[in-house]
Ligand binder design. Structure first.
Ligand code: SAM
Ligand code: SF4
Ligand code: SF4
Length: 334
């Protein structure tokens, strides 16, 4: 196990497997910027499965036990189940999860589960078609996503739902979403709209805060706080008083959690980021392709983590947000 200078251990990695997506969510990949002329990474620029597995093995050697695959839309990466199989064989890796918009889960859920995937987090920001169509930028109705969720459950995968809440976009969907997923007994997690990337025009007054979300739901379904399931859990959990179901809130804006942030990120082109809001990543693909020895790569990963001093969300002000040249969410994967 290695810890950074603020004593935060490196425990999990998020790996983006592709920067492309079949949605254009307005808060993540606005269609006016990610249009037909937008240049996504070429195939040769993406890490191969062998390279991803090699890096994951080095991270596991430093104590990482959890891997989450993300994107872009990770299910657009061909043969993703093969990658999961390779990752699952790494000694020390106990948990592999996936974040997805669920559109392709009916096709792949069974294969993914067979390959060793345990959990999926499905992103769904509204339960009513009109609102959802506007948000996803592709006029997709809610039903295909619900079919994806059903396919994941049928395959035996654990499912959680992620909903980004943004003022003027979907705050009217908070309660209908809570009600729907309470009935389905699927944990729902609300995410405060974040200033990731430089294209989503983030403003503080567009954030619906954790407090507002809890109050809105609590008026209809009384809630009580629940303990964190493990050190570094990013969602603050609440249980419904009348059932065993729960919700979580990822309050990166109003109650940041940098002091227990244990997560590294690898972009689809192999850059290693120690913070979601980093301006620069360290090019591990270049290092691997230039023939560096395994020992060298492993020690570089260690050095980068040891020197890490990121506390972006703790230090966020309107000023820091304006001045920064941040990487896009679709590139680093959340
Ligand atoms: N395409 C997959 C999906 O949507 O689940 C995986 C990649 S997506 C970038 C990962 C997560 O980031 C999703 O839950 C998405 O809602 C969230 N996200 C994207 N932009 C965000 C923003 N500006 N603030 C908060 N969450 C955001
Ligand atoms: Fe695609 Fe996920 Fe971004 Fe939506 S949030 S545009 S599904 S990468
Ligand atoms: Fe971790 Fe950076 Fe997010 Fe803070 S802002 S919790 S350091 S990723």
């Amino acid at each position: 196990m290695i810890t950074d200078r603020w004593d935060r251990p490196l425990k999990d990695i998020r790996i983006s497997v592709i920067d492309q997506c079949n949605f254009r969510c307005t808060y993540c990949m606005p269609a006016e910027i990610f249009g037909p002329d937008f240049r996504f990474l070429d195939k040769e620029e993406l890490l191969t499965f062998e390279e991803i597995t090699k890096l994951a093995r080095f991270f596991a050697g430093h104590g990482v036990e959890k891997i989450r695959l993300t994107g872009g839309e990770p299910l657009l990466r061909k043969d993703l189940d093969e990658l999961i199989r390779q990752l699952n064989d790494i000694a020390g890796i106990k948990d592999i999860a996936l974040t997805t918009n669920a559109m392709l889960l009916p096709k792949y859920a069974g294969k993914l589960k067979e390959a060793g995937l345990k959990r999926v987090n499905v992103s769904l920001d509204a339960i009513e078609d009109e609102a959802f169509k506007k948000i996803n930028g592709r006029q997709v109705a809610v039903k295909p996503v619900l079919k994806g969720i059903a396919a994941a459950k049928k395959a035996g995968l654990q499912v959680k739902i992620n909903m980004v809440v943004k003022k003027g976009m979907n705050e009217d969907q908070i309660l209908p979403m809570a009600e729907f997923f309470k009935q389905e007994h699927i944990p729902l997690r609300f995410i405060e709209f974040m200033d990731v990337g430089a294209t989503n025009g983030w403003k503080m007054d567009e954030v619906i805060t954790m407090k507002e979300i809890i109050e809105q739901i609590g008026e209809h379904f009384p809630l009580e706080p629940a303990d964190a399931a493990y050190y570094g859990e990013v969602a603050k959990r609440y249980r419904y008083k009348d059932s065993a179901d729960e919700i979580g809130i990822i309050s990166s804006i109003t109650q940041s959690f940098c002091s227990s942030c244990t997560r590294a990120r690898i972009s689809a082109e192999g850059k290693f980021y120690t913070c979601l809001f980093a301006e620069q990543g360290y090019d591990l693909k270049d290092l691997m392709r230039s023939g560096a020895s395994d020992e060298k790569i492993k020690s570089e990963i260690k050095n980068i983590w040891l020197q890490r001093s990121d506390r972006y969300s703790d230090e966020r002000t309107e000023e820091t947000v304006r001045g920064k040249k941040r990487i896009e969410m679709s590139y680093i994967g959340g």
